[in-house]
Design a protein around this ligand. Structure first.
Ligand SMILES: [Mn+2]
Length: 310
């Protein structure tokens, strides 16, 4: 059975406290549990102060069979940031502009070049999702069509190739959208003239959606995965047509990524749990202790750290 742990973003102290609270103990410097394994949801790097320590806890657990892990968008971005573009000399697949450098800066500052290269090689081996007996795990969104597109480009979860990374950076190629959906979730444009300010005060005209819900009968406000949108228009037909809600009787799916806030973790649906509670923004590091249930319970959340500010 599994304990699913959300986005860590360089917060090793909280990770150790959480593992200890869940009954994991260090054996020859690797955390393990006699009966359980961790599943890490990705986003190990960037933002926080202890990125190297986090990787030094997570990697030996995964490599030693004490944990599984999927890739987060920050690991994927790091792969692109450090992969040279084959057609553009001295350019990288992820533009090294101020915004992208700022987002990745703590990782670059904290990891010596050799360690960083070693981590990049390891990130390439991470699967983008896990479809296990009784549960599914993905960083941001479970979408069968997107999974099939990625599967076709990476048949056996082999290490990501330079070819794959180049193709995934081409907005004209279906692999681009597929990776965006799986690692960042789905967004919809708000109706003309509508916008909102996100947590970092950026004005946005698109919003992340509650992709797992049926969009029928919903408004922009209720279908958005943020409470900052007031638009009460019904969703446009194109949004309804493009939606692929996650069936209530499907295996439970665990996600991270969404910087949730609140006094305590809540389920998104009876079979959908987000375990990212914003440890890197003063919130807490969260886990779900799964016992095999199809219908999830909010009582199975564990967390350490402060209550996230909303
Ligand atoms: Mn993320």
């Amino acid at each position: 059975m599994y304990d699913v742990i959300g986005d860590i973003h360089g917060h090793a102290d909280e990770l150790e406290l959480l593992l200890q609270a869940l009954g994991y103990r260090e054996v020859r410097s690797v955390y393990e549990h006699p009966e359980r394994k961790v599943i890490f949801l990705g986003d190990f790097i960037d933002r926080g102060p202890q990125i190297r320590q986090v990787l030094n806890i997570v990697r030996p657990m995964v490599d030693g069979g004490k944990a599984l892990a999927v890739m987060g968008n920050h690991e994927f971005n790091a792969l692109l940031f450090h992969t040279e573009h084959v057609h553009h000399k001295e350019a990288y697949l992820r533009r090294r502009d101020n915004k992208n450098i700022r987002q990745h800066s703590q990782t670059i500052l904290q990891l010596p070049d050799r360690d960083l290269a070693d981590c990049i090689a390891w990130f390439k081996t991470l699967p983008m999702w896990l479809d296990l007996d009784g549960l599914c795990v993905v960083h941001a969104c479970w979408d069968d069509k997107a999974l099939a597109t990625i599967r076709a480009a990476r048949p056996q979860d082999e290490a990501l190739t330079s070819d794959f990374l180049h193709t995934a950076c081409d907005p004209e190629n279906p692999l681009f959208d597929a990776v965006e959906i799986i690692l960042k979730g789905k967004e919809i444009e708000l109706p003309q003239g509508q916008s909102f300010a996100d947590n970092e005060s950026h004005v946005r005209t698109a919003t992340r959606t509650r992709w797992y819900m049926s969009p029928q009968g919903q408004t922009y406000r209720t279908y958005a995965l943020t409470n900052k949108i007031d638009c009460q228009h019904a969703l446009e037909q194109a949004v309804l047509d493009a939606a692929a809600p996650y069936p209530l009787d499907a295996k439970p799916v665990f996600i991270g990524h969404y910087w949730m806030s609140g006094r305590q973790p809540e389920l998104l649906a009876q079979n959908v749990a987000c375990v990212d509670y914003s440890v890197a923004k003063g919130g807490f590091l969260c886990a779900y202790r799964w016992h095999g249930e199809q219908q999830l319970s909010h009582q199975n959340f564990f967390w350490v750290g402060k209550e996230p500010k909303s």
